[in-house]
Design a protein around this ligand. Structure first.
Ligand code: ZN
Ligand code: ZN
Length: 285
């Protein structure tokens, strides 16, 4: 059995449509794939409708959260959530709050840039996003179109980075609250790429133990951004804390080079994850 528990479609920041992603998964020899778009379950019904036979789809989501250390600035952390009830009121309300806040944040950044003389307009950016959630990549493209930056990367490097005067911070969910919401909705919370130092600052062992105490059920161990040492350390922590371990590609289509199925999950670990999830069921034969 080949199992990949972390992928993104064009519903968030991947390049494959949900249907294309499932065909790619089957062609790569996967038996089980989880769809984990950022902060949305919009792809679930598409996956259920488009699923090729022989492939099981685990419905999931990746939630942007924060860990608040006592003595340092907050650290951005990602939480994978599987098999939760998508309409659970508390969890759905928190996702709606995040979506509203992202929109408001985008509008504040654009308004500040427009006031400073960069020729971009919020209404035009919203129109071009076709109903998606407007993020900094959309603003970057508008800056390129307006001639204020040479490329999306250039826009990020000059005007949209987190030390820019036009930057507005995100108010992501406290990770312990995120874990509690996923559990309340019958879902399985798994800490995504928790020790990937190449992605930025990471939390320490005490934070992971605190997350386990708050109801975390698993650690993503085999991830393309983890070194061998980081994987070994996480495997040890999972054994100490009694957590499920997962492996996955974090596939994004052509936005990243990693192929689907690049890292996989052990079937026994999948069994434990499926047994723990009571809010929704996998789509399968
Ligand atoms: Zn992530
Ligand atoms: Zn991801």
């Amino acid at each position: 059995m080949r199992i990949d528990l972390h992928t993104h479609s064009s519903v968030s920041d991947g390049t494959d449509t949900v249907a294309e992603l499932l065909v790619t998964a089957r062609a790569a020899g996967l038996d089980v794939v989880a769809l984990t778009d950022h902060d949305t379950t919009a792809g679930w019904s598409l996956a259920e409708a488009a699923r090729p036979s022989g492939l099981t789809v685990v419905p999931g989501m990746e939630l942007s959260c924060r860990w608040f250390p006592d003595d340092q600035p907050p650290i951005s952390v990602h939480l994978l959530a599987y098999l939760f009830e998508p309409t659970h009121p508390g969890f759905a309300a928190e996702r709606a709050r995040l979506r509203d806040e992202r929109l408001e944040r985008g509008e504040r950044i654009v308004t500040a840039l427009a006031a400073a003389g960069y020729g971009i307009s919020w209404d035009r950016i919203v129109e071009r996003s076709e109903g998606g959630v407007v993020g900094r990549p959309h603003i970057a493209r508008a800056l390129v179109d307006a001639g204020a930056a040479d490329s999306v990367d250039h826009a990020f490097a000059t005007l949209l980075h987190h030390r820019s005067p036009y930057y507005v911070a995100k108010a992501d969910t406290d990770v312990r609250e995120g874990i509690a919401l996923v559990r309340a909705a019958g879902g399985v919370p798994v800490f995504a790429h928790g020790l990937a130092t190449k992605r930025g600052r990471v939390v320490g062992d005490a934070a992971i133990a605190a997350m386990a105490e708050a109801g975390l059920l698993g650690l993503e161990v085999d991830h393309p951004d983890h070194s061998e040492e980081e994987r070994a350390h996480l495997r040890g922590l999972a054994a100490d804390l009694g957590l499920i371990t997962t492996g996955s590609s974090d596939y994004h289509g052509t936005n990243k080079v990693t192929p689907i199925g690049a890292c996989t999950t052990d079937p026994h670990q999948l069994e434990a994850l499926l047994a723990a999830g009571t809010g929704s069921a996998p789509f399968g034969d």
